[in-house]
Design a protein around this ligand. Structure first.
Ligand SMILES: NC(=O)c1ccc[n+]([C@@H]2O[C@H](COP(=O)([O-])OP(=O)(O)OC[C@H]3O[C@@H](n4cnc5c(N)ncnc54)[C@H](O)[C@@H]3O)[C@@H](O)[C@H]2O)c1
Ligand SMILES: O=P(O)(O)OC[C@H](O)CO
Length: 274
């Protein structure tokens, strides 16, 4: 059983090094929150692992800030699996402890997209914090972000289940990341500096070698939105990236995100929007 957990931006290179070195009967799980965007479209990290290494890959995502788990504070997590519930049950048993409650859902893309997209919303929450806009505004941004997470996920994969967004990987990870995660923290500093110091510079200064997931994920999501003509449908996701690359000031997060599309995204019907 093979566990992958590294910043998502390095996974393609790591997989290339592993090709031909892994037996076909290996079961893998990815704890990596992110995706790759290729010419043919977005590729979730679990799919990258499966395709490049020829192995089955589940995912584990959740409200899991590492330093809290390290001191054994109670938290929950969600295993996402494709077909084999027996393998999912093995992963649940492997990761479960009295202070780490793991449940499994048959929705690998939904679970993985929750873990991936919440990092973009966390940047938006950090901008709000840096601009001292208050808790009501932050809650509004989180709500709009959660709605975009759900719509984007369902547009990409019609199999994604609404119920997944109520698991630990969904609303709970969104909350913890928007309160205490690294993307939020660095985005707060970015906004406090008036959007004038780059994320690369702030990451190097504030994270001591750790890597931010939100900024690259925002760019990857933006590429998907541009390519599919969905930019107007996802004003929060689009605005976060444009702030990160200095095209908009941090204050745009509120001005632009409230431009909710007139038509309902809530049913996320792929037939209507693809
Ligand atoms: N830290 C958390 O609280 C947490 C919680 C849940 C999930 N995750 C997810 O786990 C994954 C890993 O996060 P993390 O916090 O352990 O990462 P991290 O930012 O601490 O980085 C982990 C390691 O990646 C290494 N690294 C740097 N450049 C590399 C390269 N070119 N190739 C390979 N490795 C390189 C760094 O040396 C570092 O030790 C991410 O997808 C993250 O979203 C993190
Ligand atoms: O510190 P962040 O923002 O990368 O978030 C860490 C985890 O994903 C929280 O579950």
């Amino acid at each position: 059983m093979l566990v992958f957990v590294t910043p998502h931006q390095f996974m393609e290179g790591i997989c290339k090094k592993l090709v031909g070195k892994i037996k076909g009967d290996v079961e893998a799980i990815s704890l990596i929150k992110g995706m790759e965007v290729k010419m043919e479209g977005p590729c979730m990290i679990s799919s990258l692992i499966s395709q490049q290494l020829g192995i089955n890959c589940c995912v584990l995502m959740g409200a899991n800030i590492a330093n809290e788990i390290a001191v054994e504070k109670f938290s929950e997590a969600t295993v996402g699996y494709r077909e084999n519930s027996l393998i999912a049950e093995k992963w649940v048993q492997l990761f479960s402890t009295p202070y780490f409650l793991v449940t499994a859902v048959q929705d690998v893309e939904g679970v993985e997209l929750c873990g991936t997209l919440k990092n973009v919303v966390a940047l938006a929450a950090g901008f709000v914090d840096g601009l001292e806009m208050g808790n009501n505004t932050k809650a509004a941004i989180m709500r709009i972000g959660l709605r975009e997470m759900k719509s984007f996920s369902k547009l990409l994969f019609s199999s994604v289940k609404d119920t997944t967004f109520f698991e630990s990987c969904g609303v709970a990870d969104l909350i913890t990341t928007c309160l205490g995660g690294r993307s939020r923290k660095v985005a707060e500093a970015f906004a406090k500096n008036g959007g004038k110091r780059s994320f690369d510079e702030l990451e190097a200064e504030m994270l001591q070698g750790q890597k931010l997931q939100g900024v690259s994920t925002a760019r990857e999501v933006y590429e998907v939105l541009s390519y599919r003509g969905w930019l107007d449908l996802f004003p929060l996701f689009a605005t976060v990236h444009e702030i990160c690359i200095f095209h908009l000031p941090p204050s745009a997060i509120v001005e632009h995100s409230e431009r909710t599309p007139r038509f309902s995204l809530l049913d996320g019907s792929a037939a209507l929007y693809c």
